[in-house]
Design a protein around this ligand. Structure first.
Ligand code: UDP
Length: 463
């Protein structure tokens, strides 16, 4: 995709981390930049670029001010990109040079030289590249701001005995960065839930390096709002909320999917009564064991309510036979199962009653922004913090209890669905929160003002 004949623009390079939950919000940010008359070069890895282009719909076209480009991540095509240690090491070795070459080439050939790099915190080296090339630098954080605040406070957490010098949790206790901030546990850090001690130590080194590199960024922007995380933004005024980044914020639709969206679910939703459907989706990473998967299937059946369930390729650790015999026949048209949904359009649909979610931050923001109450089924990292926000602070949802084998049973699923849907207070609070959050991106809203300052700064710095 080439941009044409649009000279005299501020030209920004945007680079997401290699995961789905990073590409989608940064593409939304890119659209916001374009709507302010800027030019964007959006850099994916070659593997992700192919995925995104394959699912790209005509309606997603961003017009001539946007160019999607790819650089290699240094791994072989068949290698596992979810192997964090391997992918972080290879990316660090290969991508900085490739990015520098890309910027040099663009700046030699394009009338509008790249004047600013917006780099995901998962790609901190891109900030270093920009610094070396004397380009403006903005760091983007795709999870709750409280999690960034904790990451930037690693030394304090070591001093307080929460983690040791290698990032290893010293106990399971919760901690708070300030009395008004949500409580967290060390399990919420990306490196602590990644298996062996050696892996934890290696990933912790990457985190320390990212924290050090973050100092070279002139802005640290977060996909969040003061309305959602006021305590964090009061305590850490150098973090700037500009979210929620949503497709519905513009005329464009959500883009950047790694899997093809099954649009038939929208027609199915049209057939369902208002506020009746349980939407069930676990994002792009989560993996179920077979027992838990079947228990969820049976729990949804037991609710006796319509449900739309995203069963992503690879959602279970079994290769086939994931449903029990006769399940599909029993469910009939009451349940719709798709491999990937147009999630933001689903959440905007009037038939949706609640969102049974793994509480990834994007899913959390998308549910909140559409006034949908949650049933929280978090796995790890910031999903646990997001559950705390939903259940204890915003109070627009409920969590599940596990049994002694750490399984969420079908009866628990049915009971919590009933409790949530039959108690109108959850919906009322969800709608109140929606109103506040959406106000933040309206003309005089807090996030919108911050975003406009950022744009102004980028445009001034360009001159
Ligand atoms: N998503 C989607 N269709 C689906 C499931 C998820 O479009 O069927 C999108 C969702 O809207 C969100 C992203 O994928 O923008 C998932 O990000 P999140 O932070 O919620 O979870 P992660 O995948 O990072 O665990």
């Amino acid at each position: 995709m080439e941009y044409q004949d649009n000279t005299g623009k501020t030209h920004v390079l945007v680079i997401p981390y290699i995961a789905q939950g990073h590409v989608i919000p940064l593409l939304e940010l890119a659209q916001c930049l374009i709507s302010h008359g800027m030019k964007v070069t959006f850099v994916n890895t070659e593997v992700n670029h192919k995925l995104v282009m394959k699912t790209w719909l005509e309606r997603d076209s961003f017009g001539p001010l946007m160019r999607m480009v790819a650089i290699p991540d240094g791994m072989e095509p068949w290698e596992d990109r979810n192997d964090f240690v391997r992918s972080c090491e290879t990316i660090n070795q290969v991508m900085p040079r490739k990015l520098e070459e890309l910027i040099d080439t663009i700046n030699e050939t394009d009338d509008d030289k790249i004047s600013c790099v917006i780099a995901d915190m998962g790609m901190p080296w891109a900030i270093r590249v920009a610094e070396k090339l004397r380009i403006q630098r903005v760091l983007f954080w795709s999870a709750p701001a409280a999690a960034l605040a904790a990451t930037l406070s690693l030394q304090k957490l070591i001093d307080d005995g929460i983690i040791d010098n290698d990032g290893v949790p010293l106990h399971e206790n919760t901690f708070q960065l300030s009395p008004t901030m949500p409580s967290m546990t060390s399990a919420e850090f990306g490196w602590t839930c990644m298996g062996s001690l050696a892996t934890i130590k290696t990933l912790f080194k990457f985190a320390l390096n990212a924290v050090e590199t973050a100092k070279a960024a002139q802005w640290k922007i977060c996909n969040s709002t003061t309305e959602l995380e006021s305590a964090t933004f009061n305590m850490f005024p150098n973090l700037v909320p500009i979210g929620p980044l949503l497709a519905s914020n513009r005329l464009a639709k959500q883009a950047g999917h790694f899997w093809k969206q099954d649009m038939t679910c929208l027609e199915w939703l049209d057939q369902q009564p208002a506020c009746s459907v349980i939407y069930v989706a676990f994002g792009s990473f989560t993996i179920f064991n077979q027992t838990q998967f079947q228990e969820l299937a049976l729990g949804l059946e037991l609710t006796n309510r319509p449900f739309l369930w995203v069963v992503r390729p690879g959602l279970t650790n079994e290769s086939s036979d994931t449903y029990l015999d006769g399940y599909m026949d029993r469910i009939g048209t009451r349940g719709k199962i798709v491999s990937w949904a147009p999630q933001q359009e689903v959440l905007a649909h009037l038939s949706i009653a609640c969102f049974l979610s793994h509480c990834g931050w994007n899913s959390t923001l998308e549910g909140v922004s559409h006034g949908v109450p949650f049933l929280c089924w978090p796995y790890f990292v910031d999903q646990l913090l997001n559950r705390t926000y939903i259940c204890d602070i915003w109070m627009n949802g409920l969590g599940f209890e596990k049994d002694e084998n750490r399984i969420i049973r079908r009866e628990e699923i049915k009971n919590k669905v009933d409790m949530l849907v039959n108690n109108g207070e959850f919906k009322t609070r969800a709608l109140d929160l929606k109103e506040k959050v959406m106000n933040s991106i309206r003309e005089d809203g807090s996030s919108n003002k911050n975003f406009k300052h950022l744009i102004q700064w980028m445009k001034e710095k360009k001159q």
